[in-house]
Write a protein that binds this ligand. Structure first.
Ligand SMILES: [Zn+2]
Length: 439
């Protein structure tokens, strides 16, 4: 039953996870047709082949057997906006109008603490129902909306990184902070929440267009004062935005420079989108170790463009994958992988299902420096687990029976899967979602 803690339990079924990038070596994929996963005190104790374990004296009868279901590490979403669950699927605009017409009014509701608390809880429940156990979240410019999200994530023992949005210009007046208040709120939130339970803090300027030079300077100061926090922001999403940004920050050479000048391009920086970067910007990102969050459903929905995944990877830029709800159209990372495939197809690159599943698990963990604790089933890691139902719909069941290899089956989940494909989700060894209970 969801939410009950057992000190130790064992699941038996088909198990897949990655030890590294499967593009570098096929041995980086670990797959057991009949595997056992043992969890103790919230950590992975054992992940191995059932028959060899039985041969060594392990009693398979203690396992809960999930025949045919596929057990994977929890999915990681490296860029999502919790308050935008109320504006997902809003018609007819591209980025700048979408912000003004839909997003800013929706975010202004989070000034009310009770609304922020209820919505934070709903947001996390929605993420668990699609198999996402770790998210990098933009809240709103209100400090209390970030507190509400951290409280809700702590109660569910989720690993989650979030930040209050810094935004002191070019937005609704009631949503604007000031450079000084944004800095102080961030300091207070870091001191209260960063490192508590499984939580972390990300300094979060929305994008350089909505922050003054003074605010960007103080954001850079925060990274110096708290070197183990993250930085998340948006960059080079929309051509009109890029033209507009030159008028807002005319002293900068290009978009990346509007962060670099303030010390905001580091290997703990996660830049959402990065669709229209120049070759020079790509080189500088690769040099600094700055990370990119690829948000395909958002890029298509807002008509922003096609992110050049293959080009960025070849240039040595670490790329993660993310939903970017509510510009993105689904919290499901499976759906996100399917749209990523189409974006890559449009550029002559066929994203392989193993590469895709690696990206949303261990790859995203590595891209965010969390691979020491999540991302796969190595012993000692936190037990964030997703169980996929291989018969979520009659048509998927039919299609999956045709699959001979694991990568064929993963590709079906990637192209046809969504919340219906997720049977269970565990956070830190506790089941937090059960599709059977929620139907
Ligand atoms: Zn975003």
């Amino acid at each position: 039953m969801a939410g009950d803690r057992e000190n130790a339990f064992a699941l038996r079924g088909r198990i897949a996870h990655f030890l590294g990038d499967p593009g570098m070596s096929p041995e980086n994929l670990v797959y057991f047709e009949d595997g056992v996963l043992v969890v103790e005190d919230g950590k992975i104790l054992l992940c191995d082949d059932a028959r060899s374990l039985a041969g060594a004296g392990f009693d398979l009868a203690q396992c809960e057997w999930l025949p045919n279901q596929l057990i994977l590490p929890g999915f990681i979403d490296t860029h999502v906006h919790s308050p935008q669950i109320d504006v997902i699927a809003s018609y007819g605009t591209q980025l700048l109008d979408w912000l003004n017409d839909y997003t800013f009014p929706a975010e202004s509701r989070y000034a009310q603490r009770s609304f922020a608390e209820a919505s934070a809880n709903d947001f996390l429940d929605y993420t668990l129902s699609v198999g996402t156990t770790t998210s990098f979240v933009y809240t709103t410019s209100y400090k209390q909306s970030t507190e509400a999200l951290f409280e809700a994530a702590l109660a569910k023992d989720m690993r989650l990184v979030a930040g209050k949005i810094l935004m002191d210009q070019n937005a609704l007046p009631e949503l604007q902070d000031t450079a000084a208040s944004g800095y102080q709120d961030s300091v207070d939130l870091i001191n209260e929440w960063h490192g508590k339970g499984r939580l972390g803090y990300a300094v979060t300027p929305r994008f350089s267009g909505t922050s003054s030079v003074e605010q960007l300077t103080l954001a850079g100061q925060l990274l110096k004062e708290f070197p183990d926090v993250w930085m998340q922001t948006h960059m080079s999403e929309n051509l009109e935005e890029i033209r507009w940004l030159k008028t807002v920050h005319p002293h900068t050479a290009d978009y990346l420079d509007s962060y670099e000048q303030y010390g905001l391009n580091t290997d703990r920086s996660i830049f959402g989108h990065c669709i229209h970067l120049s070759d020079d910007e790509i080189l500088r990102l690769a040099g600094s170790g700055g990370r990119v969050a690829f948000c395909p459903t958002s890029n298509l929905f807002l008509g922003s463009g096609l992110m050049p995944l293959e080009k960025l990877k070849k240039a040595g830029v670490p790329v993660s994958i993310a939903t970017d709800v509510g510009g993105g159209t689904s919290l499901s990372m499976l759906t996100t992988l399917g749209e990523a495939y189409k974006v890559c197809q449009m550029q002559g690159y066929s994203l392989h299902p193993l590469e895709a599943f690696y990206m949303m698990t261990l790859g995203n963990a590595k891209a965010t420096h969390l691979d020491h604790c999540i991302g796969n089933f190595e012993r000692g890691k936190e037990a964030d687990i997703v169980v996929l139902d291989n018969k979520p719909t009659p048509m998927m069941a039919r299609r999956i029976t045709q699959c001979r290899e694991l990568d064929e089956e993963l590709f079906v989940y990637m192209m046809m899967g969504d919340d219906r494909s997720v049977a269970r989700t565990y956070c830190h060894g506790v089941q937090q979602y059960d599709k059977g209970e929620n139907n």
